[in-house]
Ligand binder design. Structure first.
Ligand code: CP
Length: 305
């Protein structure tokens, strides 16, 4: 039985198969409408979510399965002090697969070690968000025709942004990917990631100004400065509007550059950019359903063996 904790849990070849399956689901939804008849997905969310929880639930419902779960810790027995280990043992009796989001890094991993059903990390603190990465990779592969051979700019909160950490980890496995890491000094990538890029000989540069690098980018991955990860309000207020992508900045970008964002957006992309054909952040939300459908099918299959 397999779990998904980290995008690297799947080899590049396995990811290709997963994305092929997701594209087939997109093109032939009726073929999969009863693939999970009789199966139940539990969504155990100890942190707020719109996209991840609802896209998982949509994915299972579109596969013919059913869903149960909780959307905040206070409506579960975590509020009475129950551990994640005990919770997953109980949830294993009620469901066939579980997607878990938790503010503590490693909590879904602890759950997986005690679980009788596949557990999917739906975001753990500032650590990883592997299903967002699957969504991002599927979007890039579908829109660009390949993963690799690109310059990607990651912009915003690169320190706490788990979507950024997961995406960098995943993209270093593809040929000829160059990273431009755009952040204020205080929100630079963690040193373990910088060391990893250096050790692997991956080309990267760290810059502060987005305008300076716009013309070089094939992909621009914008992120929100996350209020919930700051220890004091003053730092958050100072940094929250550090980057605002607008029409004027887009004028300096390549004609086929894609703008991605895991969402939710606050102010970092002006709404005037939404109608630019290069803006694909709402398409990402749709691909998130297809890739989660493919993931549920793949992990349930692994649980049979
Ligand atoms: N992208 C993402 O994880 O969004 P939610 O927090 O709404 O799930």
């Amino acid at each position: 039985m397999r779990h998904l904790m980290n995008p690297l849990d799947f080899s590049v070849e396995e990811l290709e198969k997963l994305f092929d399956l997701a594209n087939d689901i997109e093109n032939n939804p009726a073929k999969y409408a009863h693939a999970c008849d009789g199966k139940i997905l539990a969504t155990c969310f100890y942190e707020p979510s719109t996209r991840t929880r609802l896209s998982f639930e949509s994915a299972m419902l579109r596969l013919g399965g059913q869903v149960l779960g909780f959307s905040e810790a206070t409506s579960s027995s975590a509020a009475k002090g129950e551990s994640v280990s005990d919770t997953i043992r109980v949830v294993s009796c009620y469901a066939d697969i579980c997607a878990m989001r938790h503010p503590k890094e490693g909590a879904p991993m602890v759950a997986a070690s005690k679980s009788k059903i596949p557990v999917i990390n739906a975001g753990d603190g500032g650590h990883q968000h592997p299903t967002q990465t699957l969504t991002d990779l599927l979007t890039i592969r579908t829109k660009k025709g390949q993963l690799g051979n690109c310059t990607i700019g990651l912009c915003g909160d690169l320190k706490f942004g788990r979507t950024v950490h997961s995406l960098i980890n995943a993209l270093v496995r593809y040929e000829n990917v160059r990273f431009i890491l755009i952040s204020p000094e205080e929100l630079r990538i963690p040193s373990y990631l910088r060391d990893k890029l250096t050790d692997m000989g991956v080309e990267f540069q760290e810059v502060i100004k987005l305008e300076d690098v716009m013309p070089e980018l094939d992909l621009l991955y914008m992120t929100r400065v996350q209020k919930e990860r700051f220890f004091n309000e003053e730092d958050y207020v100072r940094l929250k509007d550090f980057y605002v992508l607008n029409k004027q900045k887009m004028e300096n970008a390549k004609e086929d550059m894609l703008v991605l964002h895991p969402l939710p957006r606050v102010n970092e992309i002006s709404v005037e950019v939404d109608n630019d054909p290069r803006a694909v952040y709402f398409d990402q939300a749709q691909y998130g359903v297809y890739v989660r459908m493919a993931l549920i099918l793949t992990l349930l299959e692994s649980a049979k063996n």
